[in-house]
Ligand binder design. Structure first.
Ligand code: SAH
Ligand code: SF4
Ligand code: F3S
Length: 470
């Protein structure tokens, strides 16, 4: 007769499992990779299966109400998963946690650990404390430690790596919660960044993206001050790295020295994500963006003069309080005029701690979504027009993985950040390959590695307002 074995209680298993769910921007995704690195040091390995996790982490985003609502609906579900797996813990980090703090442990939500955006390095200690005491642990720091801790990391991609270069944001756009939840700008020292770049090269990474909420402000707070261009040039000499990118830029801080460095540095990709937010001066002023439309036009001119093939992408907000229909239409015209390669669009969402949320003349939800739908159709049309320029051309693609839609295909990006799907084997992941573009839609290109008998097709699109922001 076989003896029935009871598994040891979770607390005595040698290896514990952590499941992590990440919302929001690349900064949050990079933070999650650091959380996994930190937890690895106390014996946690990652699992893709929520119900087998000893620790479930929700890394949250507060940029819009929709993102915040998602946190509470996930927690409702996770509480039930936890009930079926006694001894497991729920941790909430990121921007909602930074703002909400201990209120997350109230109302019987089942949350055991709350930590913010400034104390990731404390996560192992907080987890151990929650295990030891069986009581909720909440720790939020108001700012980053004076000396930035260097954090271990477990990356989720083996080709392309994120490297934080500056944290926080010193702007105070009247709609935005980021300065409140991420604090003031703080740059990492260039030598520390370069050490990480060299380690990435050694580990076989091909692409590096320098990250910051306002990456173009990099280095102004260091002594001596440096700028992003200096960093691009330093990293540009690291032989094994084939591509350098940076996100997200602010039009005000995109000095010529940065554009010149992109032009001069062979591996720096010619893609600039520089959100304008709105195409009307009165709105930009009320948003406190610190520039007007004409200033932005000149930034684009400076880029195109120096790097004619550069792709330029933007974020746009519709329905900012008091935005009139005419003002909105100026944003629409600007998309046509500038010719953005792609735009991330969103309906304005009132956020706590931001001035605009209390202003009169809030635009109705209905009106905002009407504007969003219309803008999205124009954005898609313009992107499609731009993407069609690639038809029949040969592009260099860094292969990043299997295509999400079709497992027969693999997927990567051009230097200009266009997604390209094509048939090929997994052995090409991490390689730079030449692909001939056969079809173009507003969001991606499709191609083939065999260029000899190229058949190019033009796809028809009705631009049905896809790509809607959350
Ligand atoms: N620092 C970057 C943007 C970071 S936030 C910049 O200034 O350009 C990412 C994007 O979220 C913003 O570009 C903006 O388009 C959007 N966003 C921020 N706050 C928002 C709000 N309250 N409602 C809707 N969209 C918002
Ligand atoms: Fe938010 Fe403005 Fe800072 Fe961008 S620059 S993160 S929109 S406050
Ligand atoms: Fe969201 Fe925080 Fe990023 S609010 S967009 S996760 S900085």
């Amino acid at each position: 007769m076989t003896q029935q074995l009871t598994p040891p209680p979770i607390s005595e298993r040698a290896i514990k499992r952590v499941y992590i769910e990440t919302f929001g921007c690349q900064m949050n995704k990079a933070d999650s990779e650091h959380m996994l690195g930190l937890l690895d040091e106390i014996g946690y390995c990652q699992t893709a299966e929520l119900k087998s996790a000893d620790l479930m982490i929700l890394n949250t985003c507060a940029i819009r109400e929709g993102a915040e609502d998602k946190v509470y609906s996930y927690l409702g579900h996770w509480k039930r998963v936890k009930a079926a797996n006694p001894g497991s813990l729920i941790a909430v980090g990121g921007c909602v946690a930074q703002d909400a703090g201990e209120t997350l442990t109230q109302r019987d939500r089942g949350v055991d650990i709350v930590f913010g955006t400034h104390n990731l390095h404390r996560l192992p200690e907080l987890v151990l404390q929650a295990q030891r005491t069986g009581r909720p642990v909440v720790e939020i720091f108001q700012e980053l430690p004076e000396e930035l801790p260097e954090l271990p990391v477990i990356r989720q991609n083996s080709t392309s790596a994120w490297v934080n270069v500056i944290y926080g944001c010193d702007y105070n756009c009247t709609y935005c919660i980021v300065p409140y939840v991420r604090g003031r700008e703080k740059s990492r020292e260039a030598q520390v960044i370069m050490k990480e770049v060299h380690e990435l090269e050694q580990s076989g990474y091909k692409e590096i993206t320098f990250l910051g909420q306002n990456v173009t402000a990099y280095g102004h707070d260091l002594n001596p001050a440096v700028h992003l261009g200096n960093l691009l040039e330093l990293a540009g000499d690291v032989v094994g790295i084939k591509r350098l990118r940076f996100m997200t830029g602010h039009p005000r801080d995109l000095q010529d020295a940065i554009i010149d460095a992109v032009a001069r540095t062979e591996i720096a990709c010619e893609h600039f994500h520089i959100p304008i937010q709105a195409g009307n001066d009165r709105t930009l002023r009320r948003m406190a963006r610190g520039y007007n439309v004409d200033y932005y036009r000149k930034v684009v001119e400076r880029i195109r003069k120096r790097i004619p093939d550069a792709s330029i992408t933007s974020d746009l907000i519709v329905g900012f309080p008091g935005e009139t229909q005419d003002e909105f239409m100026q944003t629409v015209s600007l998309v046509e005029e500038i010719g953005f390669d792609m735009c991330v669009t969103a309906a304005y969402s009132p956020r706590n701690h931001t001035p605009a949320s209390n202003w009169e003349h809030q635009v109705t939800e209905e009106e905002k979504y009407e504007r969003l739908r219309f803008l999205n159709s124009v954005v898609a049309e313009v992107s499609h027009r731009f993407n069609k320029k690639y038809l029949g051309k040969k592009v260099e693609v860094l292969v990043e993985g299997k295509s999400e839609r079709n497992p027969e295909r693999i997927s990567g990006r051009t230097r200009t950040n266009k997604i390209v799907n094509f048939e090929g084997g997994e052995e090409l992941i991490g390689q730079l390959v030449d692909v001939y573009v056969q079809t173009a839609n507003p969001w991606a290109l499709r191609g083939t590695m065999a260029g000899d008998h190229l058949v190019v097709q033009d796809s028809q699109h009705a631009y049905p307002g896809a790509n809607e922001g959350s």
